[in-house]
Design a protein around this ligand. Structure first.
Ligand SMILES: [Zn+2]
Length: 564
């Protein structure tokens, strides 16, 4: 363990920076003592104590040296060996839509088709006046081919239209009433970037993929500003309880931006939020002026919208992701991209020239390559700048493209929780790709070995927002419910310090806030969390059981666990 040696070094350094030479420091507002403080500074040092004044970290070091910071009014927190970490960053999350979903018909984490149906029935009974039954979170593998039928949904919601999104956000399940309202029949063609699943006779079956979802969702009553605001508050509550105080909103609409800005103006935004405004890829370059206008309008103390989000493709499980070689067993099907390569290059170049940070959803290896090509074209046209463009998800990367992340300075924004070898991967994805290509699913370690910067996020409400779930899987490559055992694709695992850094300092780098957050160092904001145990002293398979006890943003409490 590096702990005792480095703690001493950090203590000395911290005192040097935090106090004028020769004079004792003024008492701090808050002092943590007797902690396992993992600072995530450049040396990955440990310390025992931290002092906070005016929302900033003023001291990091030994317990003995911290005593000088304690005055009569100082609040002293004895950690008794508990872990203190910089608060977490989520580099790809949907707090508003996830929060709204959580307040509606929430189907996340249900483990059987029957449980999903029961939940929908209960939900419908609870909202007798709702014109539509809506919500989401059902998992594709619970239904044959990820393809639940309208008849099944009719059996629990016969009287009203119902539309329930899948947990991945790329499919939705409609009942007969909803399909009728949308006018979807046997004669309706698939939209250009979507698919209406059909039964053997060609009748719409009830499941809709990608843009086909809009055929129904465009008939939903518009959400109110209050629903957005309530959803955001719910999303923040979930985030703060998991120790998150910095969020990269992954696809913001104007209504989302409005909700963030209002909460920020009220001084009630309990996280730093960088929003990626969703680009209309059908409009491409022509959409840039609208993005500029939104970026200029929505900017506050803890909130800005300096990033633009581009959806390059769909998802592998349903073959809507764009892949270089055809899906096995589906003829020449290579999925679809939302942008032709030339249009993508033009769009990326325009956004980059305008100073936007570009955030791309790319899942298949062809979408990843198209994205890297587009970002390379932007760099060639506009010159190299500190852009920190990033690609999220990266489920399949062709090995030839792995070194390009470092070369182009593109951050690889992975969702490590997905690299768990579950049924999405083993039953739906690997059979479509075959073993040779499946070697390159979520190649986190390979990107890092090639010198690329990675940062991590949850994609909530697609999956758990808890960074500790992601940290565990990044190390174990196993579903946490299955306990210890062999790892899926062990070559791509990373270690604990690396996994923590991906949710802290490298998330801060992605957000351009590494001088302000992401590590426990003198001068930085006191965005801090207390964990109930030291992650370095437990088996990796128990990391997900760790609880966040206290979350501070700028030194102020935004979450406290019962009993702490
Ligand atoms: Zn997302």
């Amino acid at each position: 363990m590096l702990k005792p040696l480095l703690a001493a070094v950090v203590g000395t350094l911290a005192l040097g920076v935090g106090a004028p030479k020769g004079s004792p420091p003024a008492p701090a507002d808050l002092v943590f003592q007797h902690g396992a403080v993992y600072t995530v500074d450049a040396a990955r040092s440990w310390a025992e104590a931290v002092a906070v004044t005016g929302g900033r970290i003023v001291f990091v070091g030994t317990g003995a040296a911290a005593a000088a910071w304690i005055g009569p009014a100082t609040r002293v927190v004895d950690l008794s060996g508990k872990m203190l970490l910089p608060a977490f960053h989520d580099s790809h999350v949907h707090p508003v839509s996830g929060g709204i979903e959580a307040l509606e018909c929430d189907l996340h984490g249900l483990e059987s088709a029957q449980a999903v149906l029961d939940a929908i029935r209960t939900c419908a009974a609870k909202h007798p006046d709702a014109k539509w039954i809506r919500g989401g979170g059902w998992d594709l593998p619970l239904f044959p081919n990820g393809n639940p039928s309208k008849a099944l949904l009719d059996s629990v919601v016969p009287d009203r239209p119902a539309l329930l999104e899948a947990s991945d956000g790329h499919s939705a399940w409609a009942n007969s009433k909803a399909l009728a309202i949308a006018g979807i029949t046997k004669a309706t063609p698939d939209p250009p970037h979507g698919r209406i699943e059909r039964d053997a006779s060609g009748e719409p079956g009830g499941t809709l993929r990608e843009e086909a979802v809009h055929l129904v969702s465009s008939h939903l009553p518009p959400r109110t500003a209050k629903e957005y605001a309530d959803g955001l508050r719910k999303g923040l509550e979930v985030a703060n309880a998991f120790g998150l105080t910095s969020l990269e909103e992954a696809s913001a609409s104007k209504d989302d931006l409005e909700a963030y800005a209002a909460l920020d103006a009220a001084g009630a935004l309990t996280a730093r939020v960088s929003a990626s405004i969703t680009v209309d890829t059908d409009k491409g370059v022509a959409d840039v002026p609208r993005l500029e206008e939104l970026r200029a309008r929505y900017r506050g103390k803890r909130f800005h919208a300096d990033a633009a989000k581009i959806f390059a493709d769909g998802v592998l499980e349903t073959r809507t992701a764009a892949v270089l070689e055809p899906y096995i067993g589906f003829g020449t099907d290579r999925g679809k991209t939302n942008l032709e390569p030339a249009d993508f290059r033009a769009l990326a170049t325009a956004l980059d020239r305008d100073g936007f940070q570009i955030h791309v959803h790319a899942i298949g290896d062809r979408a990843v390559r198209d994205t890297l090509d587009a970002l390379e074209a932007a760099q060639k046209a506009n010159g190299v700048r500190d852009s920190r463009h990033h690609i999220a998800h990266l489920e399949l990367i062709d090995p030839a493209d792995i070194p390009r992340f470092r070369r182009l300075g593109v951050v690889a924004n992975f969702q490590p929780f997905w690299a768990n070898g579950d049924e999405y991967i083993t039953k739906m994805t690997e059979p479509e790709l075959g073993p040779a290509r499946s070697r390159w699913i979520y190649p986190i370690a390979s990107v890092e070995k090639a010198g690329g910067v990675t940062a991590f996020g949850s994609d909530w409400s697609v999956s758990s927002m808890n960074p500790l779930d992601g940290i565990e899987v990044a190390i174990t490559h196993r579903e946490s419910s299955k306990g210890p055992g062999p790892a899926w694709l062990p070559e791509e695992r990373i270690d604990l310090p690396d996994a923590i850094a991906g949710y802290t300092i490298r998330g801060a780098y992605l957000d351009f806030t590494e001088k302000e957050t992401g590590s426990i160092e003198v001068g930085k904001a006191a965005d801090l969390i207390v964990l109930d145990r030291n992650l370095f002293e437990i088996p990796p398979s128990q990391i997900h059981e760790t609880k966040v006890l206290w979350t501070l943003l700028d030194g102020k409490e935004v979450y406290r666990a019962q009993g702490f």
